[in-house]
Design a protein around this ligand. Structure first.
Ligand SMILES: [Zn+2]
Length: 460
């Protein structure tokens, strides 16, 4: 259940089976025909087949990751059973790691519900000298692929209830503590915002708290993830077209799970708390409505303008819970929060709203290194006026104007200025309609590599 079943296994071996296809990466361009990244030439010499993949001339920090993905997809598409990849000797560390990551990420597919006539299990062999780096990359990419796989599961399979059960098994497997708060406990606690969002569903809201102890005694980093296991929009219902893909509205939380998984295996120094705010936004006579006034866990009252602006409601209580129960050294939240962020930044960068420039700087640099890139959103107080409540302290929507900013500004109201905090709006990058070189159409697992890099470099 925990591990996505990759159809391509990547391992090291001294002995390469006879008949294995030789794969090589050639930098630059060979000719007019072999000019772009991923262009390839197949050469046959007696029983030996060699496939050369060209990098093309424009190399960026993601080029080798792309190429690794292209190689993995080519293997699968051509039903190759065994292949041996020769890693170019002159690769620097960054490109070397990127190439292995591309192979591992490109091996992921979500085919479990498809009928398969003749499944091929492929193996790509690497030189034994790759073993240590391969293991590190595997740890990280298995975490990404798990985040992707869980995100792909439809709402009939993953809802707040079943996600809690999965989280408990997951915690056991990776040595984490796990606490689940159900809707009754959340109501008693006063978490009126997260409860309201899920009250129209037959599987009501849950808050899932996972704890990785770290190897150092220090205050924890708290990661808060949005897990809308399905978002119909509620009474502010989405048009049919916009509802397809709403199983991916849990991608923020899936990334948090991925980070915890990798952190526990890499033995990252910093203790990490993951808070997953899970709800299903459905329509029924029990659903919350526009005009409702919710009392959040912080005590602030929230006027509901749109029941489709529900991510910020569940996160508000998650952020408050983080501050009431832990003393975080920093908080990062991840959410597919606003379509407006996708409109502004496309599928290239996640938007970030923060109260702390040095935290932003660290995250930005991790983003450039991992190519899970971010860009800052403004946080001028002027924007807060757009979400000032009429009959309550604050309202949950300021309309279309500056929507990624007002989404973040809403959350900022629930975080102490004393705690470094960053909100990652991943709506444009968490799931894509089209495949990339190392991702199938659907969930990308965005955020796992970014935050693992950030946490790994934090104490150095
Ligand atoms: Zn929504």
């Amino acid at each position: 259940m925990i591990d996505a079943k990759n159809e391509i296994e990547i391992k090291t071996s001294l002995k390469i089976p006879a008949g294995a296809i030789r794969l090589q990466i050639v930098s630059g361009a060979k000719s007019e025909l072999l000019k772009e990244k991923g262009d390839l030439v197949v050469e046959k010499e007696k029983s030996k087949t060699t496939v050369s993949f060209y990098t093309g001339e424009k190399i960026n920090p993601d080029s080798y990751r792309s190429l690794g993905g292209i190689v993995a997809k080519w293997i699968r598409k051509n039903g190759i059973k065994t292949a041996a990849l020769q890693i170019p000797a002159d690769l620097d560390d960054r490109d070397h790691k990127a190439l292995l990551e591309g192979l591992l990420l490109g091996s992921f597919s979500f085919d479990k519900y498809k009928k398969k006539e003749d499944p091929v299990n492929s193996v790509i062999y690497l030189d034994p000298s790759e073993e240590i780096l391969l293991q590190t990359c595997k740890t990280i990419c298995d975490a990404v692929n798990m985040a992707r796989e869980w995100a792909h599961e439809p709402a009939a399979v993953i809802n707040p209830q079943t996600l809690s059960e999965r989280a408990q098994k997951f915690a056991k497997q990776f040595g984490l503590n796990c606490k689940i708060l159900d809707d009754k406990q959340l109501t008693e606690m006063g978490a009126g915002a997260i409860v309201a969002v899920g009250q129209g569903s037959k599987t009501p809201s849950r808050m899932i708290i996972l704890e990785y102890k770290g190897t150092e005694k220090e205050k924890p980093v708290v990661l808060v993830g949005k897990a809308l296991t399905f978002d119909s929009g509620g009474y502010s219902i989405k048009p049919g077209d916009s509802m397809v893909g709403m199983k991916y509205d849990k991608c923020g939380a899936m990334a948090v799970l991925g980070v915890l998984r990798a952190a526990s295996q890499l033995k990252i120094a910093t203790p990490i708390i993951g808070i997953i705010c899970a709800a299903e936004n459905m329509l029924s006579q029990n659903s919350y409505r526009p005009d409702d006034i919710l009392i959040s866990l912080s005590g602030k009252s929230i006027e509901v303008i749109s029941t489709d602006a529900e991510g910020r409601l569940v996160l508000a209580d998650g952020l408050t819970y983080a501050q009431q129960n832990f003393s975080p050294q920093a908080i990062v939240d991840l959410a597919t929060l606003t379509g407006g962020c996708a409109v502004a930044y496309g599928h290239v960068r996640a938007g970030v709203l923060t109260n702390n420039q040095s935290l932003y700087r660290e995250l930005f640099e991790s983003g450039e290194r991992t190519w899970e890139r971010i860009w800052q959103l403004p946080n001028d107080e002027d924007y807060a006026k757009l979400i000032k409540g009429k009959d309550a302290d604050i309202k949950n929507s300021g309309g279309r104007l500056a929507s990624p900013v007002t989404g973040g500004m809403f959350l900022k109201e629930f975080v102490s200025d004393e705690i470094p905090w960053a909100h990652l709006d991943i709506a444009g990058v968490a799931d894509l309609d089209e495949a990339t070189d190392y991702s199938v159409p659907g969930a990308t697992g965005f955020g796992v590599r970014l935050l693992v890099d950030w946490l790994s470099n934090r104490n150095q």
